[in-house]
Design a protein around this ligand. Structure first.
Ligand SMILES: Nc1ncnc2c1ncn2[C@@H]1O[C@H](COP(=O)(O)OP(=O)(O)OP(=O)(O)O)[C@@H](O)[C@H]1O
Length: 249
């Protein structure tokens, strides 16, 4: 089996007496979508924050591409290729989709000294940025201001930006939140293809999306993983049914 890209071992986060994550171990393999599900307050976002570097773990290790990243800050983790998206603030709403991606290409190239040149005419920026928009299926929306894109399109744009910044893995925290069923269907199709570019750790409450997408699911309850397995294994696990899925499973 391929080496995991991301390996979490015995990760915990304590807020006073509360164990928001408690001895969590999981991994993410190349090409997979690993979904993390669980009731409200189970610790899913806390876990994502710990991996992204915005929360310091109380204990445990995080290895990314074979390297212990526990001591690294957010920018260093991003530079290594750990992509966290869906922070809407990363988009400049009045700039076109293309220009938003060009800024990321420029940041990656470290060419901000070119500010005095007309950026939109710079083919070393427009061409890779266009290629990125094509990869995420937004090429025909290149000229539309980011603020006028649909909810789902903005998420695709954020992924294009993350790819332009060199992301090799994605941590996605509730990407379907606030979407109608049409939007979440489109985004599901998009994430399905994205996994082959970069594996995804997906926190999501939309169970249709999770069951359609996940290669594996881990179920988090009160900060602990109570089961990890395929969709079928998790759906039929008695403890998961009792603790989370209930009779609807
Ligand atoms: N900064 C913090 N200080 C204290 N407690 C916190 C903090 N952040 C989260 N918690 C607590 O940790 C627990 C886990 O919260 P977390 O947001 O990780 O859960 P979640 O599984 O993402 O929930 P949801 O599905 O509702 O987003 C909760 O009890 C929450 O109140």
């Amino acid at each position: 089996m391929a080496e995991p890209i991301l390996e979490i071992r015995n990760l915990s986060k304590h807020f006073g007496a509360l164990r928001a994550t408690d001895d969590v171990s999981l991994n993410l393999r190349p090409g997979e979508i690993h979904a993390l599900i669980g009731p409200n307050g189970a610790g899913k976002s806390t876990l994502i924050h710990q991996i992204a570097g915005t929360l310091k773990p109380s204990a445990g290790t995080i290895r990314f591409l074979g390297r212990d990243i526990g001591g690294l800050g957010v920018p260093e983790r991003t530079r290594l290729g750990l992509g966290r998206t869906f922070q809407i603030s990363s988009l400049t709403p009045e700039f076109s989709a293309l220009r938003n991606v060009m800024l990321a290409v420029q940041a990656r190239q470290g060419t901000s000294f070119r500010f005095f040149r007309p950026v939109m005419g710079d083919r070393s920026l427009t061409e890779p940025a266009m290629a990125m928009l094509e990869r995420v299926g937004l090429a025909d929306r290149a000229e539309i201001p980011a603020g006028e894109l649909s909810h789902g399109e903005r998420r695709q744009l954020e992924i294009a930006i993350a790819l332009a910044l060199g992301s090799k893995t994605f941590l996605l925290d509730e990407p379907m939140a606030g979407m109608d069923s049409e939007g979440s269907k489109t985004l599901t199709g998009f994430l399905d293809a994205l996994r082959h570019e970069a594996p995804i750790l997906l926190v999501e409450h939309d169970m249709d999306a999770v069951f359609a997408l996940a290669d594996r699911i881990s179920v988090l309850v009160y900060g602990r993983i109570i089961a990890t397995g395929t969709v079928d294994e998790v759906r039929t696990d008695p403890e998961v049914r009792r603790a989370y899925l209930g009779e609807e499973a």
